[in-house]
Every structure is written in structure tokens, then in C-alpha cells.
Design a protein around this ligand. Structure first.
Ligand code: HQG
Length: 183
């Protein structure tokens, strides 16, 4: 049977972002796992270095990185466990987008965007990507974030290696519901 790359990729996200201990794997402080150890400790898939390399290269959102020597792998972002991704604050564009579900709007209006289980709130330069992200949770709605204004007001923004923008939180005053007009 053909190997389902998407399923293995989801497994790698689960292990490398959230629960490495379920297979007795330890990540270093920067989130790196030894590929040999990952292969040896994985029982539900027949992982090989070649399969891992294929997933790293072909993953739709380029979620994983290999170390320079090719012996370690980590997720580029999206962790719930505490690791240091060595991110450097950078100035964001004028606007960024966040896709969410309509049913979350009341709560977002009350407390702004919160990082929930992740390390950061995730934002995108692409409205289409944001809409897709929002649709995972129900009827999607895209929020426009006044990112440059937040930056000027002292909020730190980070950009991951796969173009996801990260920020600790977004107060509601910087959010416009929809992609035009104002609230
Ligand atoms: C919502 C995927 C109520 C927030 C995507 C989101 C992304 C609130 C959900 C990445 C809230 C959290 C991240 C508040 C935020 N009240 N709901 N105050 N503040 N929310 O999955 O941004 O496939 O943790 O709007 O592509 O949806 O994993 O975050 O709906 O880049 O690589 O709470 O995950 O990437 O959900 O998605 P998530 P997200 P991967």
C-alpha cells in the first residue's frame, strides 16, 4: 500500500510540536529531534531517512526543517511545548490577516486574539491562506490586523521560515472584521 505522506506529516507535527514523550523522544531546547532516534522510536510507520526527506521537501506548508548536517528535524512553528525557535523580531507589513470562525467573534471582540494553546497568535500576509485556516473551525471570517500600527505601539512580530507571522496577542482595537471598511 502506498505510504500516505499527509498522514505521516500529521504524525510528525504531533510528535515534534506537541507530544514527543508519547514515543519517548526528547527534543533539544530548540525543538530539534535526532532523525535516527525518531525513526527508531516510531512504531506505527516505517520511517526512513528518505521518507522524512521527502516529507520535508514536499510538505504543502513547508512545516519542517532539517539541520545543516541533515541529522535532525524540527517543526518550524506551531508548538504547544516550550522551545526556543531563535526568532528575531521584524517589522511587519501594514496589514496582516487572521482567519477564524464566525462563532469565535464574540469572544475575540471581548478579549482580542489570544494564542490559545500555541506559543503565539498566527497571522498571514495572504487573505486566502487566512480564510483557509479559519475554515478549519467552521464558517470562516477573515480579520484584518493593523500590524504596522501594533509594531509602532511596541508589539513584537516574528516571521517563521515558512512565512507565518507570530505575535503574542492582538487587542481588539487593532482588528477589523472583514478585509475592507472599519468596525
Ligand atoms: C481562535 C495551521 C475565541 C483563533 C494554520 C483560532 C495556522 C479565539 C483558534 C496555524 C480567541 C485557535 C494556526 C479568543 C483566538 N476567543 N477564539 N479570544 N483568540 N481564537 O489552530 O490561527 O496546519 O491554535 O482565531 O495554517 O487557527 O498547524 O490557531 O481559530 O498557521 O501547520 O482560536 O495552524 O497550521 O486555533 O492556526 P489554532 P490558528 P498547521
Amino acid at each position: 500500500m502506498a505510504i500516505n505522506l499527509k498522514r505521516v506529516s500529521k504524525y510528525l507535527s504531533f510528535i515534534l510540536r506537541h507530544r514527543p514523550e508519547t514515543i519517548g523522544l526528547t527534543l533539544d531546547a530548540n525543538g530539534w529531534a535526532s532523525i535516527d532516534e525518531l525513526i527508531n522510536k516510531t512504531t506505527q510507520y516505517e520511517l526512513t531517512p528518505a521518507l522524512i526527506a521527502t516529507i520535508v521537501q514536499t510538505n504543502d506548508k513547508q512545516r519542517f526543517s532539517l539541520s545543516a548536517d541533515g541529522r535532525k528535524i524540527r517543526a518550524k512553528q506551531g508548538h504547544s511545548i516550550t522551545i526556543d525557535l531563535d526568532l528575531v523580531p521584524v517589522e511587519p507589513p501594514e496589514q496582516l490577516f487572521h482567519g477564524t470562525a464566525v462563532r469565535f467573534l464574540t469572544s475575540i471582540q471581548a478579549e482580542g486574539l489570544q494564542k490559545m494553546k500555541r506559543h503565539h497568535v498566527h497571522l498571514s500576509e495572504s487573505e486566502a491562506v487566512a480564510r483557509n485556516v479559519g475554515s478549519r473551525y467552521g464558517q470562516p471570517v477573515v480579520l484584518t490586523i493593523a500590524a504596522r500600527q501594533m509594531y509602532q505601539d511596541g508589539y513584537l512580530f516574528y516571521k517563521t521560515a515558512n512565512n507565518v507571522w507570530l505575535v503574542a496577542s492582538v487587542p481588539y482595537e487593532y482588528i477589523v472584521v472583514g478585509t475592507g471598511g472599519s468596525h
